[in-house]
Design a protein. Sequence first.
Length: 271
Amino acid sequence: MRTRLAPTPSGFLHLGNILSFVTTLRLAASTGARVLLRIDDLDQARADERYVQDIFETLEFLGIGWDEGPRDVEDLKTRWSQVHRMEMYREALEALRATGGVFACTCSRAQIARETVEGIYPGTCREKGFSLDAPDVSWRIRTDMLRELAVRGVDGRVVLSPLDATMRDFVVRKKDGAPAYQLTSILDDLYFGVDLIVRGQDLWPSTLAQLYLASFLPGGEDFKKTCFYHHELLKDADGSKLSKSAGATSIQFLRREGRRPEEIYRMIGVF
């Protein structure tokens, strides 16, 4: 088996990230899975080098190791960056085009937020027939919201669930032509042979979306055999989920305060 640590360098790593990493390492140890470090840096505009460097420094500080993947920033740039797999993503988008299962959408997030109370895509452009090659359009995949998807757990049990409403006709290609996260995440996991994925409970909708999307991709049947583990989330004092914007929970902030690794682990309930 192979699992992965998959941080996105759009902010400094925080306590919630470390909980996920530790959970991944523990499952890897119990299953004999190898651990891949996969840094999701395709959005180069947001992948600030400070945040990339923070990933390596934080993992070293906390003694979190991995078996495969980049060893430093330069290694990421030259061998492991998602930009090196762009052709694979483009081929997958063309395969989706060939299925006829995607449609062009001109809607912005702000427009969708104005049209719906919960910000769920209302299907505005589904039947408008815009060209997929038109400028400034995203590609959305047509979703069957009644279809049940099988999510395999680490314990061997299978849970059946339909797509979450927030994933209705989700985006697979952004307006700038870049492949969207749900697509690149599947393709990277298939590329590296990842078959054990650890995520927070908040990413359950993403798991369902990716299992749905896999049905339309070459080799996607292998992704459906993946085992998933969704762990509980760390919460702020007010009960909200920790995020990268919560600076006081970043490992960098805690290090500046003089916190040692064992103190940080106690904060997430590991020790």
